[in-house]
Design a binder for this molecule. Structure first.
Ligand SMILES: NC(=O)c1ccc[n+]([C@@H]2O[C@H](COP(=O)([O-])OP(=O)(O)OC[C@H]3O[C@@H](n4cnc5c(N)ncnc54)[C@H](OP(=O)(O)O)[C@@H]3O)[C@@H](O)[C@H]2O)c1
Length: 457
């Protein structure tokens, strides 16, 4: 009789001649699910040759059995109930492409793992919130819980980190992991448009949801970052420990100033090892124009990994879309077909450390600070003094006053507020915020300040 491990390591031998077949059940036939069905059909011979195992879709499930999905479902068993699919005897590997951290997706994955079936998913929300418990279940049954598609869609970043960089110590990983935000920021920069105008276009083009909060306020990136952090630093997933700030407060002027100062603004997710612990942060970030990540425009995603042996490695590619995401899902299915079962987050669950969180106040780095100040003599000096009191060194300072205003009103008596932009050398966030509070208390500001962190190479 086959042991559990033998059975897991060698997908079912279901034909008489002993050739192995992996029977795949797909729950969710939307953008990604339908593309996965098509890709498995299209690549069936190549997958068999590469894995030594025939990959065959046997069962599918979605909400609406009648919807035309542009694929022939007649050869598959249809399940109205995706949990029944997950438990079905005719399925060895369950592919969850329903989405969401609770409800059907969670029930499907839990049911499949509970009966010892491999799971492949693209669901970052589920992993970010329940990844630790699900990894434990997978490990207890000796099955795979694979999730390449959950971070940066078609970019094989999970495999790159877990397998390709196994010999490296990684000190930082950061990336553009939300195409909607990068599309909006790219258009704002190229065309000088407002955030609101670009969001509307993104919605019209299908890049943004009707409720865009999840994307533009950074939560989607936070889910992906939490997964990468676990994998890179060998810690349990801690999505609550991610400090999150979205892009809705970015103004066209910030992009113009960034450009003049040699930067671009990107929504980055950054996980970084520091002496105090692991920083996990998502926020609009100034990146030097010469860096690889600064070149990434539109809906494209990119992830940069700082590793000791290879140095800085940047992977760039499509972060979404049916085919691109299916590419990652099918790569995971191929691993299962080949009999590869890896610890979910790179190590056995018991060896994942509890993450040591670092408060944002302790973050140390350079800052872009845009102040809207009253246009009067001595304001810049007053700002510089408050910064100096907290040992914040200023790398550059730009004060804007239109030539027209200056010629009509050389002494600034009309007191129209003007922008004053500073780039600081490395300082702690706590000190920067304290300096800004002091500047506000001095009555120098006409509006709340804008603060954007700088990520250097
Ligand atoms: N789209 C992308 O580019 C992309 C990229 C990376 C990761 N992902 C992830 O991939 C997953 C799927 O995304 P998607 O864009 O393909 O979503 P989608 O187009 O909305 O498809 C979701 C599918 O799930 C089915 N479904 C929903 N609730 C169900 C239930 N209770 N029981 C059975 N089926 C149910 C839907 O059925 P009906 O069709 O009958 O309504 C639909 O087929 C999500 O986790 C997403 O975050 C997507």
């Amino acid at each position: 009789m086959m042991s559990l491990i033998d059975r897991i390591l060698s997908p079912r031998s279901s034909s008489r001649d002993g050739a192995r077949t992996l029977r795949v059940g797909i729950a969710g036939l939307g953008t990604v699910g339908a593309a996965v069905v098509r890709m498995i059909e299209r690549r069936s011979a190549a997958l068999a040759a590469a894995t030594g195992c025939t990959v065959r879709v046997t069962a599918v499930s979605a909400r609406d059995a009648k919807r035309d999905r542009g694929i022939d479902l007649s050869g598959f068993t249809w399940f109205d109930d995706p949990v029944a699919l997950a438990r079905s005897e005719e399925v060895d590997c369950v592919v969850e492409l329903v989405g969401g951290s609770e409800g059907a997706a969670k029930e499907i994955v839990e049911a499949a793992l509970a009966v010892g079936k491999h799971v492949v998913t693209a669901n970052k929300a589920l992993l970010a919130h329940h990844g630790n418990a699900l990894a434990k279940m997978a490990e207890a049954r000796g099955v795979s819980l694979a999730y390449e598609a959950s971070v940066a869609g078609g970019i094989p970043v999970i495999k790159a980190i877990r397998e390709g960089l196994a010999g490296n110590a990684v000190s930082r990983v950061y990336g553009i992991m939300n195409g909607t935000c990068n599309y909006i920021l790219s258009r704002m920069e190229a065309e000088g448009l407002t955030f609101e105008a670009c969001l509307k276009d993104a919605q019209a083009l299908g890049y943004a949801e009707a409720d865009p909060t999840f994307d533009v306020e950074g939560f989607d990136t936070a889910h992906k970052l939490a997964i990468l952090t676990s994998l890179v630093f060998g810690v349990e997933i801690d999505v609550e420990g991610v400090s999150v700030e979205g892009i809705s407060a970015i103004q066209p002027l910030d992009l113009t100033m960034a450009d003049e100062l040699g930067y671009r603004i990107k929504l980055l997710g950054v996980a970084q090892a520091t002496e105090a612990g692991i920083e996990q942060r998502v926020h609009p970030t100034m990146v030097p124009k010469a860096t690889a990540i600064a070149q990434v425009m539109g809906v494209t995603n990119a992830v940069t990994i700082d590793a000791d042996a290879v140095g800085e490695l940047t992977l760039i590619g499509p972060g979404a879309g049916g085919d691109a995401t299916a590419s990652a899902v099918v790569a995971d299915i191929a691993d299962v077909a080949a009999g590869l079962v890896r610890p979910t987050f790179g190590k056995p669950v018991a060896r994942l450390a509890a993450p040591r969180r670092v408060e944002m106040q302790r973050h140390e780095g350079g800052y872009y600070v845009r102040l809207t100040v009253h246009d009067r003599t001595g304001v810049a000096a007053g700002v510089a003094t408050r910064m100096a009191e907290r040992e914040i060194s200023i790398e550059s300072i730009v004060q804007r006053r239109s030539a027209k205003a200056a010629s009509i009103d050389p002494h600034g008596l009309s007191r129209q507020p003007v922008p004053l932009v500073l780039i600081t050398y490395a300082a702690t966030e706590g000190n920067i915020r304290a300096a800004l509070d002091a500047i506000a208390a001095d009555g120098l500001l006409a509006e709340a300040p804008q603060l954007i962190r700088i990520e250097r190479e």
